[in-house]
Design a protein around this ligand. Structure first.
Ligand code: 7RM
Length: 644
């Protein structure tokens, strides 16, 4: 890497930064490494409000960790009440922009009242501390209010992305044993209504644990309401007091479960708890986003993904930030919608994904150039490695070469950022998440757990627990242990390949398992395969990722059919629709290929590696010595030639 590709922070940025200069970063990192208990203990006392103090900082019995043991706090209190109590009640918390162009601004004191009324309403429905709630909502203020109201009462929430289908929703409700579902009639996307309530009704046909459904009216389309079970949001709030005590909860109380794709067909319920999670979310906002009192912060993620949990709801709000939330699609009414929003609200910090950046690049520079983007001072990226072309464009066309880009590496499981630059300290290298957050012992190792040399590829692992670490997989501690702690015994296995350069910078190369990354959304090949084989015509399916210019990867399916006569074009359409129904529209395959057989090893394992090579290079050059029937691959390759 030549010096030309290194971007040190500007003197102006360093002067005002929360962490100024490399020495300041090194000092933090060193202290966290040498005295983790002191480091995190002091921050926890300084940054969070505790209702009862903790007795010790952490307890590590691999693979299970507890942070701030014995302490009691409330995440909602920390995200809302505290700011009102400190005299910042009139500060705007949420600047909401609806897709149709409606907008609302909600201050911290208004938010406190809204959250309290709604929480009181939930109590009246008989929902209690320890119960579980599913949140299935569009990106509107009520989605954040619902999360905070649950947190206030100690109801463990699980947000299901509004793009998931009724089937996917049902599986999550059942696994969680949820008592409550909070939803909406629908939301606006690309000028159309995306209905949510019908999917809830379909799912609930099979979910006996659910006693109540709360329906927020967003689109105002009439929806069927089940008497005794379904209640409108407004009716739940009506007549409720705007005072609702925040419940003192154990630091390890389950704050939320978020389902994410693993290497099997069944999504994993990633459990996050309260104290450690909240602290690391808050600290990374302060360190990496360099958040200041007057910033207008905008993270474009939906609350259905972990980024929306940590960097819309909990992290920024723990610090009393003012933030934009936008309901809809970046292309509605035109592809300059985001730039119009940045201009309108004078956004200073913009956090988004490489896939969104690539989609916007395609629309041309004239769109951002027609807007005043001078309020921006910091840009961020998450979800996948950012390619140099996207980085350059983001830096030049959006940031006008003034704004550092923080490339933040983390996962649903890590809860908050683990590798990301402190922008007033760490020189940037496009495509690298740079250096670890203080307290994070990241390493690149081989399968024996031995560190590999500089610039050598290996597995990215973390060798010490961090505060916002996943605590377990909901209902399946065995899978938690197998999945994350057994590949390199006692160390957290990220599932990513990486290398570290001569300056110690991390370069994440992508997944080493069967997890795809489509538009920054995690999707397991097994999940798609199991959905496909549920279709009556499908005998066997193999799913691989294919490189895609905009979405990073696209879903590509190889299918063998059961005996019968099929019209491949018709079936292809039907199967794409089927996946949208079984999982969600974002998982819809880009490509479906029918084949007489799939390439397998002698032991009967499908060789996805070969299929990956085939869809990437149109040919297979790799090792095929274990392939049972070589002719299968030649036939599949020939079929590709026919089509192209
Ligand atoms: C936050 C989030 C996690 C996976 C992870 C990586 C990939 C995420 C980056 C990245 C390179 C990044 N959670 N990933 N961020 N790869 N650079 N800055 O995305 O659970 O949905 O996905 O995403 O493969 O393991 S996630």
């Amino acid at each position: 890497m030549s010096q030309a590709n290194i971007y040190p922070p500007s003197a102006d940025f360093v002067k005002q930064a929360n962490v100024s200069g490399m020495e300041a970063y090194r000092a933090l990192y060193q202290k966290a490494a040498d005295k983790p208990e002191e480091f995190w203990g002091e921050l926890a006392k300084e940054k969070l409000h505790w209702m009862e103090p903790f007795s010790h900082v952490f307890e590590w019995e691999p693979p299970f960790v507890k942070w701030f043991v014995g302490g009691k706090l409330n995440a909602c209190y920390n995200c809302v009440d505290r700011h009102v109590g400190e005299g910042n009640g009139d500060k705007v918390a949420l600047l909401f922009e609806g897709e149709p162009g409606d907008s609302r601004r909600i201050t911290y004191s208004e938010l406190l009242k809204d959250v309290s009324r709604f929480a009181n309403g939930l109590l009246r429905l008989g929902i209690e501390t320890g119960d579980r709630a599913i949140i299935y909502m569009p990106m509107i203020p009520e989605a954040v209010i619902a999360m905070l109201a649950c947190a206030r009462l100690g109801i463990t929430h699980s947000v299901v992305f509004g793009g998931f289908s009724a089937e996917a929703l049902k599986a999550r409700i059942q696994d969680l044993g949820a008592k409550l579902v909070i939803t909406a009639d629908g939301g606006w996307r690309k000028g159309k209504e995306v209905k949510l309530k019908p999917a809830v009704d379909e799912a609930l046909a099979d979910c006996p644990s659910v006693t109540s459904v709360v329906v927020c009216e967003r689109t105002k389309t009439p929806v069927p309401m089940v008497h005794g079970r379904d209640h409108y949001w407004q009716a739940v709030e009506a007549g409720q007091s705007e005072h609702c005590p925040a419940v003192p909860l154990d630091s390890e109380h389950p704050l939320f479960v978020l389902y994410t794709s693993g290497t099997t067909g069944k999504p994993k319920g990633i459990l996050h708890t309260t104290g450690g999670y909240l602290l690391q979310c808050a600290m990374t906002v302060e360190w990496v986003f360099d958040l200041k009192k007057n910033d207008v912060y905008w993270c474009t993620a939906d609350i259905g993904w972990v980024t929306g949990h940590s960097y819309v709801t909990y992290g920024p709000m723990a610090l009393g930030a003012t933030q934009v939330i936008y309901e809809g699609s970046p292309d509605t009414p035109g592809f300059d919608r985001w730039w119009a929003i940045v201009e309108k609200y004078k956004v200073s910090i913009l956090y988004t994904s490489p896939t969104a950046i690539r989609a916007l690049i395609r629309q041309g520079d004239h769109l951002p150039n027609a807007h005043n983007l001078s309020s921006l001072r910091l840009l961020g990226s998450v979800g996948e490695p950012i390619n140099p072309a996207a980085w350059e464009w983001f830096y030049k066309v959006i940031g006008k070469e003034r704004c550092p880009i923080v490339d933040t590496w983390w996962q649903t499981e890590t809860g908050a950022m683990l590798i990301a630059p402190m922008p007033g300290a760490v020189p940037l290298k496009p495509g690298s998440g740079t250096l670890p957050i203080p307290g994070v012992m990241a390493e690149v190792v081989n399968l024996d757990g031995k560190p590999v040399g500089p610039n050598e590829e290996g597995y990215l692992i973390v060798s010490r627990p961090w505060p916002s670490m996943v605590r377990t997989i909901w209902g399946d501690p065995k899978r938690f242990e197998d999945q994350y702690w057994s590949r390199v015994p006692g160390k957290y296995f990220t599932g990513d390949a990486a290398r570290r350069d001569e300056d110690g910078y991390f370069w994440v190369l992508g997944r080493v398992d069967d997890v795809l990354n489509v538009s920054g959304h995690r999707l397991s090949t097994m999940e798609v395969e199991s959905a496909l084989v549920r279709h009556p015509a499908v005998a066997e399916a193999a799913v691989v990722g294919k490189p895609h210019e905009i979405t990073g990867q696209a879903v590509c399916c190889f299918i063998t059919l059961k005996k019968g006569e099929y019209d491949h074009d018709v079936l292809s359409k039907e199967l794409r629709q089927w996946i949208a129904h079984e999982i969600g529209a974002f998982a819809r395959p880009e490509e479906i290929r029918f084949s007489e057989a799939l390439p397998k090893t002698r032991s009967g394992k499908i060789m996805r590696r070969l299929l990956r090579e085939l869809v990437t290079n149109n040919t297979v050059a790799g090792d095929v010595t274990t392939l049972e029937d070589l002719s299968v691959i030649t036939k599949l390759a020939a079929q590709q030639d026919d089509e192209s």
